[in-house]
Design a protein around this ligand. Sequence first.
Ligand SMILES: Nc1nc2c(c(=O)[nH]1)N[C@H]1C(S)=C(S)[C@@H](COP(=O)(O)O)O[C@H]1N2
Ligand SMILES: [Mo]
Length: 392
Amino acid sequence: MGVQPFDMVPRSTRRRFVQRTIALSATGLVVPGMVIGREPVPDPLMIVRSRRPLDAETPVEVFESQVTPNRLFFIRSHFGVPAVGLTERWTLKIDGGVKRETTFSLDDLSQFKQVTIPAVLQCTGNGRALYSPTIPGVGWLKGAVGNAEWTGVRLAELLDRAGVEPGMAHVHLHAADGPPMPKTPAYLRSIPLDRATAESTFALRMNGEPLPAEHGGPIRLVVPGWSGNHWIKWLRTLVVAHDEAPGFFMQAGYKMPIKPTAPGVDLKPSELKPVTVMNVKSLIARPLDGARLKAGSNEARGVAWTGGEASVTRVEVQAGQGGVWRDAVLEGPARPFTWRRWRLAFDANGLGPLVIRARATDSDGAVQPEISPWNKSGYLWNGYDHVACEVE
Ligand SMILES: Nc1nc2c(c(=O)[nH]1)N[C@H]1C(S)=C(S)[C@@H](COP(=O)(O)O)O[C@H]1N2
Ligand SMILES: [Mo]
Protein backbone atom coordinates (compact mmCIF):
# COMPACT_ATOMS: atom_id res chain seq x y z
CA MET A 1 0.00 0.00 0.00
CA GLY A 2 1.16 3.53 -0.62
CA VAL A 3 2.97 2.68 -3.84
CA GLN A 4 1.31 2.69 -7.20
CA PRO A 5 0.67 -0.86 -8.43
CA PHE A 6 3.12 -1.71 -11.18
CA ASP A 7 0.43 -2.84 -13.60
CA MET A 8 -1.05 0.67 -13.61
CA VAL A 9 2.00 1.96 -15.48
CA PRO A 10 1.92 1.82 -19.28
CA ARG A 11 4.49 -0.39 -20.95
CA SER A 12 6.75 2.41 -22.22
CA THR A 13 7.01 3.90 -18.74
CA ARG A 14 7.55 0.44 -17.33
CA ARG A 15 10.48 -0.12 -19.65
CA ARG A 16 11.96 3.25 -18.74
CA PHE A 17 11.39 2.48 -15.09
CA VAL A 18 13.07 -0.88 -15.30
CA GLN A 19 16.06 0.66 -17.07
CA ARG A 20 16.30 3.45 -14.52
CA THR A 21 15.91 1.02 -11.65
CA ILE A 22 18.69 -1.15 -12.96
CA ALA A 23 20.92 1.88 -13.56
CA LEU A 24 20.14 3.48 -10.20
CA SER A 25 20.00 0.37 -8.04
CA ALA A 26 23.63 -0.22 -8.94
CA THR A 27 24.39 3.08 -7.25
CA GLY A 28 22.27 2.11 -4.26
CA LEU A 29 19.89 5.03 -4.74
CA VAL A 30 16.82 3.01 -5.55
CA VAL A 31 15.32 -0.26 -4.46
CA PRO A 32 13.50 -2.39 -7.03
CA GLY A 33 9.74 -2.03 -6.64
CA MET A 34 9.70 1.71 -6.21
CA VAL A 35 8.06 3.71 -8.98
CA ILE A 36 10.12 6.77 -9.77
CA GLY A 37 8.59 9.96 -11.00
CA ARG A 38 10.30 12.79 -12.80
CA GLU A 39 10.91 15.68 -10.43
CA PRO A 40 9.19 18.89 -11.51
CA VAL A 41 11.28 21.77 -12.84
CA PRO A 42 10.56 24.78 -10.63
CA ASP A 43 9.82 28.20 -12.10
CA PRO A 44 13.03 30.30 -12.01
CA LEU A 45 11.36 32.70 -9.54
CA MET A 46 10.92 29.96 -6.93
CA ILE A 47 13.28 29.66 -3.96
CA VAL A 48 14.52 26.06 -3.94
CA ARG A 49 15.11 24.58 -0.47
CA SER A 50 15.80 21.00 -1.62
CA ARG A 51 16.33 19.60 -5.14
CA ARG A 52 15.41 15.95 -4.68
CA PRO A 53 12.71 15.69 -3.60
CA LEU A 54 11.92 19.20 -4.79
CA ASP A 55 10.93 21.56 -1.98
CA ALA A 56 10.51 25.13 -3.22
CA GLU A 57 8.92 28.23 -1.74
CA THR A 58 7.16 31.21 -3.27
CA PRO A 59 8.85 34.63 -3.21
CA VAL A 60 6.75 36.95 -1.00
CA GLU A 61 6.06 39.55 -3.71
CA VAL A 62 3.76 36.96 -5.35
CA PHE A 63 1.47 37.37 -2.31
CA GLU A 64 0.28 40.71 -3.66
CA SER A 65 -2.30 38.71 -5.62
CA GLN A 66 -5.41 37.09 -4.15
CA VAL A 67 -4.76 33.82 -5.93
CA THR A 68 -1.28 32.29 -6.09
CA PRO A 69 -0.59 31.10 -9.66
CA ASN A 70 -0.01 27.35 -10.00
CA ARG A 71 3.50 27.73 -11.44
CA LEU A 72 4.54 29.85 -8.44
CA PHE A 73 2.78 27.80 -5.75
CA PHE A 74 5.13 26.25 -3.17
CA ILE A 75 5.99 22.56 -3.53
CA ARG A 76 6.62 20.15 -0.68
CA SER A 77 6.86 16.37 -1.12
CA HIS A 78 8.47 13.94 1.27
CA PHE A 79 9.51 11.49 -1.45
CA GLY A 80 8.98 13.32 -4.75
CA VAL A 81 6.31 12.97 -7.41
CA PRO A 82 5.33 9.35 -8.17
CA ALA A 83 5.10 8.18 -11.78
CA VAL A 84 1.65 9.62 -12.46
CA GLY A 85 0.17 11.30 -15.51
CA LEU A 86 -2.07 8.31 -16.22
CA THR A 87 -5.18 10.29 -15.60
CA GLU A 88 -7.64 8.14 -17.55
CA ARG A 89 -6.70 5.07 -15.58
CA TRP A 90 -6.44 6.63 -12.14
CA THR A 91 -8.91 5.24 -9.65
CA LEU A 92 -9.86 6.21 -6.14
CA LYS A 93 -11.02 3.40 -3.89
CA ILE A 94 -13.00 3.59 -0.65
CA ASP A 95 -12.89 0.56 1.59
CA GLY A 96 -12.56 -0.45 5.24
CA GLY A 97 -15.60 0.23 7.41
CA VAL A 98 -18.06 0.83 4.58
CA LYS A 99 -21.16 -1.04 3.41
CA ARG A 100 -20.03 -1.09 -0.23
CA GLU A 101 -16.37 -1.08 -1.15
CA THR A 102 -16.39 1.39 -4.07
CA THR A 103 -13.92 2.36 -6.77
CA PHE A 104 -14.30 5.63 -8.66
CA SER A 105 -12.59 6.47 -11.95
CA LEU A 106 -11.82 10.11 -12.70
CA ASP A 107 -14.78 10.00 -15.07
CA ASP A 108 -17.03 8.79 -12.25
CA LEU A 109 -15.78 11.65 -10.08
CA SER A 110 -16.59 14.21 -12.78
CA GLN A 111 -20.25 13.08 -12.60
CA PHE A 112 -20.54 14.31 -9.01
CA LYS A 113 -21.37 17.89 -8.15
CA GLN A 114 -18.18 19.98 -8.46
CA VAL A 115 -17.54 22.60 -5.80
CA THR A 116 -14.90 25.34 -5.81
CA ILE A 117 -13.32 26.37 -2.50
CA PRO A 118 -10.80 29.21 -2.24
CA ALA A 119 -8.46 28.13 0.55
CA VAL A 120 -4.98 28.69 1.92
CA LEU A 121 -2.58 25.75 1.83
CA GLN A 122 0.33 26.22 4.21
CA CYS A 123 3.07 23.80 5.21
CA THR A 124 3.10 23.19 8.94
CA GLY A 125 6.81 24.02 8.86
CA ASN A 126 6.42 27.40 7.11
CA GLY A 127 8.63 29.88 9.00
CA ARG A 128 10.73 27.14 10.65
CA ALA A 129 13.89 29.12 9.77
CA LEU A 130 12.63 32.04 11.88
CA TYR A 131 12.80 30.08 15.13
CA SER A 132 15.74 30.49 17.44
CA PRO A 133 17.46 28.26 18.49
CA THR A 134 17.69 26.78 14.99
CA ILE A 135 15.60 23.70 14.12
CA PRO A 136 16.56 20.96 11.66
CA GLY A 137 14.23 20.31 8.72
CA VAL A 138 13.38 22.18 5.52
CA GLY A 139 14.44 25.80 6.19
CA TRP A 140 11.24 27.49 5.06
CA LEU A 141 11.10 31.25 5.53
CA LYS A 142 7.80 32.86 4.53
CA GLY A 143 6.72 31.29 1.25
CA ALA A 144 5.58 27.72 2.04
CA VAL A 145 2.03 29.00 1.71
CA GLY A 146 -0.37 29.97 -1.06
CA ASN A 147 -4.04 30.64 -1.74
CA ALA A 148 -5.79 28.79 -4.56
CA GLU A 149 -9.24 27.90 -5.84
CA TRP A 150 -9.65 24.16 -5.44
CA THR A 151 -12.36 22.41 -7.48
CA GLY A 152 -13.61 18.90 -7.01
CA VAL A 153 -15.95 16.59 -5.15
CA ARG A 154 -16.85 16.71 -1.49
CA LEU A 155 -15.63 13.72 0.49
CA ALA A 156 -19.03 13.51 2.16
CA GLU A 157 -20.67 12.60 -1.16
CA LEU A 158 -18.33 9.70 -1.86
CA LEU A 159 -18.54 8.44 1.71
CA ASP A 160 -22.34 8.56 1.42
CA ARG A 161 -22.16 6.49 -1.74
CA ALA A 162 -19.99 3.87 -0.02
CA GLY A 163 -22.08 3.98 3.19
CA VAL A 164 -20.03 4.40 6.37
CA GLU A 165 -20.53 1.64 8.98
CA PRO A 166 -21.51 2.68 12.51
CA GLY A 167 -18.66 3.19 14.98
CA MET A 168 -16.18 4.50 12.40
CA ALA A 169 -14.25 7.65 13.39
CA HIS A 170 -11.29 8.13 11.01
CA VAL A 171 -10.41 8.09 7.33
CA HIS A 172 -6.93 6.82 6.39
CA LEU A 173 -5.51 8.42 3.28
CA HIS A 174 -3.23 6.22 1.19
CA ALA A 175 -1.31 7.89 -1.62
CA ALA A 176 0.73 6.76 -4.63
CA ASP A 177 4.09 8.13 -3.52
CA GLY A 178 6.49 5.90 -1.68
CA PRO A 179 9.68 6.16 0.34
CA PRO A 180 12.96 5.46 -1.46
CA MET A 181 14.19 3.11 1.28
CA PRO A 182 12.18 0.11 2.49
CA LYS A 183 12.62 1.07 6.16
CA THR A 184 11.35 4.60 5.68
CA PRO A 185 7.66 4.80 6.59
CA ALA A 186 5.15 5.78 3.89
CA TYR A 187 3.48 9.18 4.15
CA LEU A 188 0.28 7.83 5.65
CA ARG A 189 -2.08 10.13 7.51
CA SER A 190 -5.71 10.08 8.57
CA ILE A 191 -8.32 12.70 9.38
CA PRO A 192 -11.25 12.38 11.78
CA LEU A 193 -14.48 11.36 10.05
CA ASP A 194 -16.27 14.54 11.15
CA ARG A 195 -13.58 16.61 9.41
CA ALA A 196 -13.84 14.42 6.33
CA THR A 197 -17.59 14.98 6.10
CA ALA A 198 -17.32 18.74 6.75
CA GLU A 199 -15.62 20.84 4.05
CA SER A 200 -13.00 18.31 2.98
CA THR A 201 -12.90 17.99 -0.79
CA PHE A 202 -11.05 15.92 -3.38
CA ALA A 203 -9.55 18.50 -5.70
CA LEU A 204 -9.17 17.66 -9.37
CA ARG A 205 -8.54 21.25 -10.44
CA MET A 206 -6.42 24.09 -9.07
CA ASN A 207 -7.14 27.66 -10.14
CA GLY A 208 -9.23 26.38 -13.05
CA GLU A 209 -6.54 24.08 -14.45
CA PRO A 210 -6.21 20.31 -14.05
CA LEU A 211 -4.37 19.72 -10.77
CA PRO A 212 -0.62 19.75 -11.65
CA ALA A 213 1.30 16.53 -10.84
CA GLU A 214 3.61 18.31 -8.37
CA HIS A 215 0.54 19.46 -6.41
CA GLY A 216 -0.90 15.97 -6.22
CA GLY A 217 -2.56 15.59 -9.64
CA PRO A 218 -4.73 13.98 -10.69
CA ILE A 219 -6.36 14.07 -7.23
CA ARG A 220 -5.54 15.46 -3.77
CA LEU A 221 -7.35 16.15 -0.58
CA VAL A 222 -8.20 19.71 0.46
CA VAL A 223 -8.88 20.22 4.17
CA PRO A 224 -9.84 23.91 4.42
CA GLY A 225 -8.56 25.62 7.57
CA TRP A 226 -6.15 22.77 8.44
CA SER A 227 -2.43 22.79 7.77
CA GLY A 228 -0.82 21.24 4.67
CA ASN A 229 0.20 17.89 6.14
CA HIS A 230 -3.45 16.77 5.87
CA TRP A 231 -3.78 17.79 2.22
CA ILE A 232 -2.74 14.39 0.84
CA LYS A 233 -1.56 14.39 -2.77
CA TRP A 234 -1.87 11.55 -5.34
CA LEU A 235 -4.71 9.91 -3.41
CA ARG A 236 -5.43 6.26 -4.22
CA THR A 237 -7.29 4.62 -1.35
CA LEU A 238 -9.40 5.78 1.56
CA VAL A 239 -9.79 3.33 4.38
CA VAL A 240 -12.63 4.15 6.76
CA ALA A 241 -11.59 2.97 10.21
CA HIS A 242 -12.29 3.02 13.91
CA ASP A 243 -8.82 4.35 14.83
CA GLU A 244 -6.27 6.83 13.54
CA ALA A 245 -3.79 5.66 10.90
CA PRO A 246 -0.79 3.80 12.35
CA GLY A 247 2.82 4.70 11.62
CA PHE A 248 5.31 7.49 12.08
CA PHE A 249 3.60 10.31 10.19
CA MET A 250 0.41 10.05 12.23
CA GLN A 251 1.60 8.76 15.59
CA ALA A 252 4.87 10.67 16.02
CA GLY A 253 5.12 13.39 13.36
CA TYR A 254 3.11 16.64 13.32
CA LYS A 255 2.72 16.98 17.09
CA MET A 256 3.07 20.21 19.06
CA PRO A 257 3.47 20.88 22.79
CA ILE A 258 0.13 21.60 24.48
CA LYS A 259 1.81 24.25 26.67
CA PRO A 260 4.75 26.44 25.56
CA THR A 261 7.96 24.66 26.53
CA ALA A 262 11.58 25.82 26.70
CA PRO A 263 13.97 24.43 24.06
CA GLY A 264 15.64 21.19 25.10
CA VAL A 265 12.83 19.93 27.36
CA ASP A 266 11.70 16.43 26.33
CA LEU A 267 7.94 15.98 26.33
CA LYS A 268 5.83 12.91 26.99
CA PRO A 269 3.26 11.90 24.34
CA SER A 270 0.51 13.09 26.72
CA GLU A 271 2.03 16.59 26.63
CA LEU A 272 1.71 16.77 22.84
CA LYS A 273 -1.27 17.44 20.60
CA PRO A 274 -1.61 16.90 16.85
CA VAL A 275 -1.24 19.93 14.59
CA THR A 276 -4.60 20.50 12.94
CA VAL A 277 -5.94 24.05 12.41
CA MET A 278 -3.59 26.81 11.29
CA ASN A 279 -3.08 29.92 13.42
CA VAL A 280 -3.64 33.58 12.56
CA LYS A 281 -0.87 35.09 10.43
CA SER A 282 -0.07 37.99 8.12
CA LEU A 283 2.67 38.54 5.57
CA ILE A 284 4.02 41.73 4.04
CA ALA A 285 4.28 41.38 0.25
CA ARG A 286 5.39 45.01 -0.37
CA PRO A 287 7.72 46.68 0.30
CA LEU A 288 10.30 43.93 0.10
CA ASP A 289 12.88 43.38 2.78
CA GLY A 290 15.85 45.62 1.92
CA ALA A 291 13.74 47.94 -0.28
CA ARG A 292 14.81 51.55 -0.78
CA LEU A 293 11.79 53.79 -0.29
CA LYS A 294 11.36 57.38 -1.41
CA ALA A 295 10.62 59.78 1.45
CA GLY A 296 6.94 60.77 1.52
CA SER A 297 3.85 58.69 0.82
CA ASN A 298 4.23 54.95 0.45
CA GLU A 299 2.01 51.91 0.72
CA ALA A 300 2.44 48.53 2.43
CA ARG A 301 0.46 45.54 1.15
CA GLY A 302 0.07 41.92 2.06
CA VAL A 303 -2.21 39.08 3.00
CA ALA A 304 -3.56 37.55 6.22
CA TRP A 305 -5.27 34.25 7.00
CA THR A 306 -6.16 31.99 9.90
CA GLY A 307 -7.33 28.44 10.58
CA GLY A 308 -10.40 26.38 11.41
CA GLU A 309 -13.67 28.18 10.76
CA ALA A 310 -12.30 31.59 11.80
CA SER A 311 -11.71 34.57 9.52
CA VAL A 312 -9.37 37.57 9.60
CA THR A 313 -11.01 40.63 11.14
CA ARG A 314 -8.09 43.01 11.59
CA VAL A 315 -4.55 43.68 10.37
CA GLU A 316 -2.41 46.27 12.13
CA VAL A 317 0.74 47.69 10.64
CA GLN A 318 3.59 49.58 12.22
CA ALA A 319 5.48 51.76 9.74
CA GLY A 320 7.46 54.59 11.33
CA GLN A 321 5.39 57.47 12.70
CA GLY A 322 6.41 56.97 16.31
CA GLY A 323 5.94 53.21 16.28
CA VAL A 324 2.12 53.34 16.43
CA TRP A 325 0.14 50.40 15.10
CA ARG A 326 -2.45 51.48 12.54
CA ASP A 327 -5.35 49.52 11.10
CA ALA A 328 -4.79 48.42 7.52
CA VAL A 329 -7.64 48.48 5.00
CA LEU A 330 -8.93 44.92 4.48
CA GLU A 331 -10.22 43.78 1.12
CA GLY A 332 -13.50 41.89 0.68
CA PRO A 333 -15.62 40.30 3.39
CA ALA A 334 -14.19 38.29 6.32
CA ARG A 335 -14.38 34.64 5.17
CA PRO A 336 -12.90 31.43 6.50
CA PHE A 337 -10.31 29.35 4.61
CA THR A 338 -9.18 31.93 2.03
CA TRP A 339 -6.80 34.78 2.76
CA ARG A 340 -7.61 38.46 2.85
CA ARG A 341 -5.53 41.16 1.23
CA TRP A 342 -4.68 44.30 3.21
CA ARG A 343 -2.99 47.63 2.48
CA LEU A 344 -1.90 50.66 4.46
CA ALA A 345 -0.75 54.07 3.20
CA PHE A 346 2.05 55.56 5.29
CA ASP A 347 4.45 58.49 5.20
CA ALA A 348 8.13 57.68 5.33
CA ASN A 349 9.36 60.85 7.02
CA GLY A 350 12.86 60.60 8.43
CA LEU A 351 15.63 59.32 6.18
CA GLY A 352 17.40 56.10 7.15
CA PRO A 353 16.25 52.68 8.30
CA LEU A 354 12.53 51.91 8.59
CA VAL A 355 11.13 48.64 9.89
CA ILE A 356 7.57 47.75 8.88
CA ARG A 357 5.72 45.17 10.97
CA ALA A 358 2.31 43.51 10.58
CA ARG A 359 0.06 41.49 12.88
CA ALA A 360 -3.39 40.04 12.24
CA THR A 361 -6.38 39.28 14.51
CA ASP A 362 -9.08 36.72 13.76
CA SER A 363 -12.78 36.33 14.55
CA ASP A 364 -11.94 34.15 17.58
CA GLY A 365 -9.93 37.06 19.02
CA ALA A 366 -6.57 35.34 18.40
CA VAL A 367 -3.76 37.83 17.70
CA GLN A 368 -0.48 37.07 15.98
CA PRO A 369 2.23 37.05 18.70
CA GLU A 370 5.48 38.95 18.34
CA ILE A 371 7.39 35.66 18.46
CA SER A 372 5.91 32.14 18.19
CA PRO A 373 6.54 29.80 21.14
CA TRP A 374 9.46 27.53 20.25
CA ASN A 375 8.66 23.88 19.48
CA LYS A 376 11.15 21.24 18.48
CA SER A 377 9.81 20.60 14.97
CA GLY A 378 9.49 24.29 14.14
CA TYR A 379 5.78 24.14 13.36
CA LEU A 380 3.23 26.89 12.83
CA TRP A 381 5.48 29.97 13.11
CA ASN A 382 3.21 33.01 13.18
CA GLY A 383 5.31 35.77 14.76
CA TYR A 384 4.80 39.36 13.51
CA ASP A 385 6.02 39.71 9.96
CA HIS A 386 8.61 42.44 9.45
CA VAL A 387 10.66 43.97 6.65
CA ALA A 388 13.60 46.34 7.04
CA CYS A 389 13.68 49.18 4.48
CA GLU A 390 15.82 52.23 3.87
CA VAL A 391 14.24 55.65 3.27
CA GLU A 392 16.28 57.87 0.94
N1 LIG B 1 1.10 11.94 -0.84
C1 LIG B 1 1.66 12.98 -0.23
N2 LIG B 1 0.87 14.02 0.10
C2 LIG B 1 1.40 15.11 0.71
C3 LIG B 1 2.78 15.16 1.06
C4 LIG B 1 3.59 14.05 0.68
O1 LIG B 1 4.81 14.01 0.90
N3 LIG B 1 2.98 12.98 0.05
N4 LIG B 1 3.27 16.26 1.72
C5 LIG B 1 2.29 17.06 2.47
C6 LIG B 1 2.81 18.32 2.97
S1 LIG B 1 3.79 18.24 4.33
C7 LIG B 1 2.44 19.54 2.42
S2 LIG B 1 2.92 20.99 3.12
C8 LIG B 1 1.59 19.62 1.21
C9 LIG B 1 2.28 20.44 0.12
O2 LIG B 1 1.47 20.55 -1.02
P1 LIG B 1 2.01 21.28 -2.34
O3 LIG B 1 3.30 20.62 -2.75
O4 LIG B 1 0.93 21.15 -3.36
O5 LIG B 1 2.24 22.73 -1.99
O6 LIG B 1 1.29 18.33 0.69
C10 LIG B 1 1.03 17.34 1.67
N5 LIG B 1 0.57 16.13 1.01
MO1 LIG C 1 4.31 20.40 4.99
